[in-house]
Ligand binder design. Structure first.
Ligand code: SF4
Ligand code: SF4
Length: 474
């Protein structure tokens, strides 16, 4: 293994072979300037020798060596409170060749053209390995799945059940621009944002839907930076209290938003409204997080977690804090329970951070990640990985079966992935489209249905990206 390492010297050691003990206090460890990171954008990182990190204690990371700062680093980051990440993100987008290429390509092909192109790439990859379309594969695969497939695939269609989650993507604006973002969010996406009319209609639907609907899941972009976020949260919570209907409100939080100017009271707001925070943290090591999510994101994320802990998140049973891991490259996440143990140990020992559960998710082969796979010539390899790890036990737990996903403009979707691919729910009652498109049925919107149960009889729109939901643990 050591023979494969960069910058080998007489004293080189593999980090995983070193038993760290008290005598190591103050040890100086030099990390080679090059690495074998699988991250698509490790080039965004400064070389370790140019940062203030030449004197560090070693630990173990999920994918590569991690640098942990000494006691001189204040992880509460008081210097960053109330400062914005947006200018750093915009600068990165202007200088990073991957982002520049992608932006130019979107301008050339348009969003629909990009979606069509990535879909054809996935199809070609599946053709090369001899795999039929998703539903044919699911129904023809001979596994003992305790009837999971038969319960949800009927007459060749994936059928949803009564919805219990209303997920709102309230806007694509984000202070970050992560390289795996399936929503392709960034600070440039200012106009795609939910307005008050759509937001109040969503609340009305929540109120008019039966008791089975017990979760309001707010996502984005950075949902907290949308003008409707606080209104949606406070009105939904007030309604839940007044009617006695239990309601879990989820904020899909990127953590760095907690430090943004104007968000100084956000943690208090979340706490007061008993909002569950589900936060992205793709690693407990700085280099991996910054490579995937932008320089400086790790330090801000740790500061955000500390703010949440200080408010009681992760300790108080009413204030749930879950973290989300996704792989930094074209591989599947490791076992959720084993990784959670590592996360809890590392975050507690190094930063004193507590959280409830770790959720691991597979990178979907769509949008920015699909573009990365195509560029690296790894689309076939990745689709094959997903197919080879098909797990039939995931089928009757697919999120599209009990979730209704709403886009910023009110269009209804089966899930957030279909939303980003423009695959809206087309129902029997959908309005006819006029003009050149005459005769085609329109995608349904929140204004076309009276209750979320109206959608229970409409089958789910699946396609070749759905293999991402059935691989491994799903
Ligand atoms: S924080 Fe989330 S929404 Fe924002 S760019 Fe990253 S992955 Fe996308
Ligand atoms: S990507 Fe496909 S399988 Fe996954 S939730 Fe969406 S519709 Fe369902």
């Amino acid at each position: 293994m050591l023979d494969l390492a960069f910058g080998l010297t007489e004293t080189s050691r593999l980090g995983c072979q070193i038993k760290v003990c008290n005598e190591f206090d103050g040890i100086k460890v030099r990390i080679p300037d090059d690495d074998m990171s699988l991250s698509p954008s490790s080039s965004r990182l400064p070389p370790p020798s140019s940062s203030a990190s030449t004197s560090k204690t070693s630990s173990t990371d999920v994918n590569e060596g991690v640098l942990l700062h000494g006691p001189s680093v204040d992880w509460s980051a008081p210097d960053l409170q109330g400062t914005s990440l947006v200018s750093d993100t915009l600068q990165m987008m202007e200088t990073d060749t991957e982002f520049k290429d992608l932006t130019a390509k979107i301008a050339r092909l348009g969003k629909d053209g990009m979606t069509k192109e990535e879909r054809s790439r996935r199809r070609r990859a599946l053709d090369e390995i001899g795999i039929p379309d998703f539903l044919n594969f699911v129904t023809s695969t001979d596994y003992d799945d305790n009837g999971a497939t038969a319960r949800v695939v009927r007459n060749g269609k994936l059928m949803r059940s009564e919805p219990n989650i209303l997920q709102l993507n309230i806007g694509l604006y984000c202070n970050q621009a992560c390289n795996h973002c399936h929503v392709e969010s960034s600070p440039l996406r200012k106009s795609e944002t939910m307005d008050a009319n759509v937001a109040s209609r969503c609340l009305q639907l929540l109120r008019d839907s039966p008791l089975t609907v017990d979760t309001l899941d707010l996502t984005g972009g950075a949902p907290e930076l949308n003008a409707q976020f606080r209104l949606l949260v406070s009105m939904a919570r007030q309604w839940s209290i007044e009617t006695g209907r239990p309601l879990t409100i989820i904020d899909r939080c990127n953590l760095t938003v907690l430090l943004e100017p104007g968000q100084e009271d956000l943690v208090t707001f979340l706490k007061d409204n008993r909002v569950t925070v589900v936060a992205s943290l793709p690693c407990y090591g700085e280099s991996n997080v910054d490579a995937q999510r932008g320089r400086g994101v790790f330090r801000r994320s740790i500061a955000g977690l500390k703010m949440l802990n200080d408010a009681g998140y992760g300790d108080n049973p009413d204030l749930r804090l879950d973290l989300v891991y996704n792989p930094s490259g074209p591989f599947l996440p490791p076992s959720q329970s084993a990784l959670e143990v590592d996360y809890k140990r590392e975050l507690m020992e190094n930063f004193g951070i507590r959280f409830n559960n770790l959720l691991t998710i597979t990178n979907m082969p769509i949008k920015r990640f699909a573009d990365f796979l195509a560029k690296e010539g790894k689309m076939k390899e990745y689709m094959e990985l997903l197919v080879n790890n098909y797990n039939p036990m995931t089928v009757d737990g697919l999120m599209c079966l009990n979730t209704v996903s709403v886009g910023w403009d009110g269009t209804l979707y089966d899930c957030d992935f279909n939303q980003q691919l423009g695959m809206g729910i087309v129902g029997e009652g959908g309005n006819e489209v006029g003009g050149k498109e005459k005769g085609k049925r329109k995608k349904l919107s929140v204004f076309d249905v009276d209750s979320l149960t109206d959608l229970a009889k409409i089958s789910v729109r699946v396609d070749n990206h759905c293999f991402g939901c059935t691989a491994g643990s799903g």
